[in-house]
Design a protein around this ligand. Structure first.
Ligand SMILES: O=CCCCC(=O)O
Length: 488
């Protein structure tokens, strides 16, 4: 690590933040954080125990009453200030993110902006929480509705977008008047600690936000989900873990938001603008080194343009520089850990053995967890690569003939997070958008993420929406009062 990088890492708090104080873990243990480009250990952070988790919940529960009654304008101003400070600290946050999970600095800077937008958006939503008042149909009672905060919320965030996935949850939680416990992924605790320093600086009251990072998420999560003071769980991660958490959360009937895995189809019709489609596919595939639930997992190309498209995508992939995300000109960083390299290698090897052709890349290299941008041609829907989330820089290409055929193939997965389609025919675009079984569709673009849009999936990709006008509803419940109208 360079001395300037060391300085930024050293400046970040390494302890837990509970009830307004930085604290060691109750057993004083720490765990290591590694740079995936070099495998160098860059920091050691406090390793939260189940007791620490319960202390965080106690702090959040104690602060809930007064935070829930804070004037919306006050909550809005605090979030707005957090937005401004996040922008001011863009460089430091971006560097931490790149060091602990590998994405190129330019992408990390982009994530900081994306993350900050959730703070701005929800600072604007905090003052627009609405109710209603109307006469019941019988004329004998009035109906009054109001929205109230659901209460202490447990926010579990992933390593692939260490900042944006947290602000996408914390922004609406705080705007709605909920207190929170944030548990970042064990691979990326530093970005979140630096963001907590911002939340502390803006002056959030003690106990409103609490931070617990741990090397044993299951042990720390279990007592929280069994404690009746907790009212909400929001999780971003795999479908497999989401299902386990849902089962645990069922005892207390927790409000849930589940943003889970995907198997995104990207469809290129023969009436597409091919340059636009190649750009969109490269973005949808390689953003975050392919380590995103939104990543294009299956790329379907209509026969008439299949060759032109795959050639253009190949030259695009071969022009990219792979390396440590802090280096000038690097387009694609490392994967996050050895298990990720193993999985991507297994999927590519399986496709090759079953007869697919690797036309670009195909291999991993060191010293970190690097994998070349790869294109696999001639994939069949029965291959493992078609049915598992690749989570790496590997484009799997399929050829199709008919519109209905590709819609059926796109929908033939248990997942339903996002799809992308490229066509210059507006009627076709709208028709296919309606037929795709996903929560989101990118039309002639390879990115759907926007703080103002409701992000979320259907089927095994989960439920609940983050961002957009819908995002704050996940942290509110509707209370209705039936008012005797006889004397009104
Ligand atoms: O892995 C899923 C994170 C989604 C990031 C985004 O908002 O695009």
């Amino acid at each position: 690590m360079l001395p300037s990088e060391r300085e930024v890492v050293d400046a970040v708090a390494k302890d837990l933040y509970i009830g307004g104080k930085w604290r060691k873990s109750s057993d004083s243990k720490r765990f290591r954080v590694e740079d995936p480009s070099t495998k160098e250990v860059i920091a050691e952070v406090a390793d939260a125990t189940p007791d620490d988790a319960l202390a965080a919940l106690e702090a959040a529960a104690d602060a809930q009453r007064s935070w829930g009654r804070t004037a919306p304008r006050v909550r809005a101003e605090l979030l707005r200030r957090a937005f401004e400070l996040t922008l001011q600290r863009q460089e430091e946050l971006a560097l931490l993110m790149t060091l602990e999970m590998g994405k190129p600095l330019a992408e990390s800077r982009g994530e900081v902006l994306y993350a900050a937008e959730f703070l701005r958006w929800f600072s604007e939503e905090a003052v627009r929480i609405k109710g209603d008042y109307y006469m019941g149909p019988e004329g004998s009672m009035k109906i009054l509705t109001q929205r109230q905060p659901v209460g202490p919320s447990y926010l579990i965030t992933p390593w692939n977008f260490p900042l944006a996935m947290a602000t996408r949850k914390l922004g609406p939680a705080l705007a709605a008047g909920c207190t929170a416990i944030v548990k970042p992924a064990e691979l990326t605790p530093l970005t979140m600690a630096a963001f907590f320093e911002i939340l502390i600086e803006v002056g959030l009251p003690d106990g409103v936000v609490n931070l617990i990072h741990t090397s044993d998420p299951a042990a720390v999560t279990k007592p929280l989900l069994s404690d009746r003071r907790l009212r909400k769980l929001s999780f971003t991660g795999s479908t497999e873990v989401g299902r386990l958490l849902m089962a645990q959360a069922s005892n207390n009937l927790l409000r849930l938001s589940m943003e889970l895995g995907g198997n995104a189809p990207l469809i290129v019709f023969d009436d597409a603008d091919i340059e636009k489609a190649v750009q969109g596919a490269a973005l949808a595939k390689l953003r975050n080194t392919g380590e995103a639930c939104t990543s294009a997992n299956r790329i379907f190309v209509q026969r008439g343009v299949a060759e032109e498209f795959s050639e253009a995508l190949k030259s695009r992939f071969e022009s990219l520089k792979v390396g440590r995300g802090t280096e000038e000109g690097v387009d694609v960083g490392p994967l996050v850990e050895q298990a990720a390299v193993d999985k991507v290698s297994r999927l590519v090897a399986d496709a090759r053995e079953r007869g697919a052709k690797i036309v670009a890349g195909g291999g991993s290299f060191g010293p970190g967890y690097f994998f070349e941008p790869t294109i696999v041609l001639g994939v069949d829907p029965s291959f493992a690569i078609a049915n598992e989330e690749i989570f790496g820089p590997v484009a799997a290409l399929y050829v199709f003939d008919e519109e209905q055929e590709v819609v059926d193939m796109a929908n033939s997965t248990p997942y339903g997070l996002v799809a992308y389609l490229f066509t210059e025919n507006l009627n076709r675009a709208l028709r296919v958008v309606e037929r795709l079984e996903t929560g989101m569709v990118g039309v002639n673009q390879g990115l759907v993420s926007n703080a103002a849009g409701p992000f979320g999936g259907v089927k095994q990709s989960g439920f609940g929406r983050e961002g957009g006008f819908e995002g704050i509803e996940e942290y509110l419940y509707v209370k209705y009062a039936a008012i005797n109208a006889a004397e009104l």
